[in-house]
Design a protein around this ligand. Structure first.
Ligand code: ZN
Length: 131
């Protein structure tokens, strides 16, 4: 794994949160993107070498909707940049980490896959590879 690519934060209202994080970070998001397959709308802010991803649910039954129902808004996942997602998953699976589903297309022009938090001390981990 190369670096922390971004930190994902679950929010209930993306418009309000974009305004809040613009104020906090002193700059605007550089993109807003809907990922239909995940049922989410996301926005990205660059902070130095990494990014903040705000994630709002666009469907009542999305994973983000369930997360916010259970835990409220807040830190949702940490994403690591990897060169070769398939190779990295093979290594991690051998080490006993459990991936959630298959590699898929994520926001921000990435191939992504999540690791189950029960195998990573309660932290939802996303791997992402530049497409
Ligand atoms: Zn993410």
């Amino acid at each position: 794994m190369k670096k922390i690519e971004h930190i994902g934060i679950a929010v209930s209202d993306l418009t309000n949160s974009n305004a809040l994080f613009s104020k906090l970070l002193g700059k605007d998001q550089y993109k807003i993107e809907t990922v239909e397959s995940e049922g989410v709308k996301t926005s990205f802010f660059i902070v130095g070498e990494t990014k903040i991803e705000l994630v709002e649910s666009s469907r009542y039954d999305s994973a983000i909707a369930k997360f916010i129902d259970k835990k409220g808004q807040g830190m949702h996942h940490m994403a690591f940049h990897v060169e070769d997602i398939h190779k990295e998953l093979e290594r991690l699976n051998k080490e006993g980490f459990q991936q959630i589903g298959k590699v898929k297309e994520g926001a921000d022009n990435k191939l992504i896959c999540f690791l189950h938090p029960k195998t990573t001390n309660g932290v939802l981990i996303e791997l992402c590879q530049e497409k």
